[in-house]
Design a protein around this ligand. Structure first.
Ligand code: FPP
Length: 241
């Protein structure tokens, strides 16, 4: 999958891509398999796509692995996704050749202690890897992220560290989970739905959006290249005429 498609090489590439990996459940259902089988295949595709993006010259990739709303799913499904994360985290220390820095965004408070420890270890051991930064969103929601940044600003005002007038967009951005990384240039959503579902709500203000019907477990290099080609043809004006 990795090296067979070089179609979109010379165009302007996004620096940062966000991906909403949707469609695991439907993929499994279509095959008469449990939803967990879709998530397993989805996790494998996530690893392949991460490496493909790195090889393609993408500097930041953010994937939506578990949202603040996903706790509403059955206990079995939630623990299945957490176990996939656990497996990945135990394995990722063997991926030193990948040269990918791994960061986690989201509220870690309700996660199991062993997962929190592995997340911290992964961030530490990969902190100097520089081919690409991979942000994995776990228990992430864009609205709670903004509320969290607002609380930090309020605390700073309360303690006298800054004034109300200092609460600017730049100040709020400093307290987002993704700081100091650039905003995503391109957000891809698989699975045929046309919404952002609380993903990078602040950071997506000027992102180009790309929706495709393919279910996440079927997503491959060809689909990434289609998104990159589409992106290269977009006219980004950022409010200019
Ligand atoms: C959305 O598909 C997918 C998720 C809520 C989970 C995504 C998780 C993975 C791809 C595995 C991540 C693993 C690691 C190691 C980071 P859905 O279940 O909502 O699909 P549906 O819309 O077809 O029901």
């Amino acid at each position: 999958m990795i090296s067979d498609n070089k179609t979109a090489q010379s165009e302007c590439l996004p620096t940062h891509i966000g991906i909403i990996m949707d469609g695991n459940g439907r993929w499994a259902k279509m095959r008469g398999l449990p939803r967990s089988a879709g998530h397993s295949k989805g996790a494998a595709v996530f690893k392949t796509v991460s490496r493909y993006c790195r090889d393609r010259g993408i500097k930041y990739l953010t994937v939506y692995a578990f949202s603040t709303e996903n706790w509403k799913r059955s206990e079995q499904e939630v623990s299945g996704i957490m176990n996939l994360l656990r497996e990945y985290l135990k394995d990722v220390k063997n991926y030193t050749k990948d040269n990918i820095r791994v960061c986690f965004i989201g509220d870690r408070t309700p996660l199991d202690e062993d997962i929190k420890a592995l997340m911290e270890e992964t961030e530490k051991t990969s902190e100097n890897f520089d081919a690409m930064t991979l942000n994995i969103a776990i228990n992430y929601g864009g609205l709670p992220e903004i509320a969290n940044a607002a609380r930090i600003c309020a605390q700073k005002v309360k303690s006298g560290e800054m004034s109300v007038e200092d609460i600017t967009c730049e100040e709020i951005e400093k307290h987002l989970y993704t700081a100091p990384q650039p905003a995503p240039d391109l957000i891809i959503r698989t699975g045929g739905e046309y919404r952002l579902s609380n993903f990078l709500t602040w950071q997506s203000a000027y992102s180009e959006l790309y929706f495709c019907d393919v279910l996440w477990p079927d997503f491959n290099a060809k689909h990434i290249e289609a998104a990159l080609s589409e992106y290269a043809g977009r006219n980004r004006r950022f409010g200019n005429a």
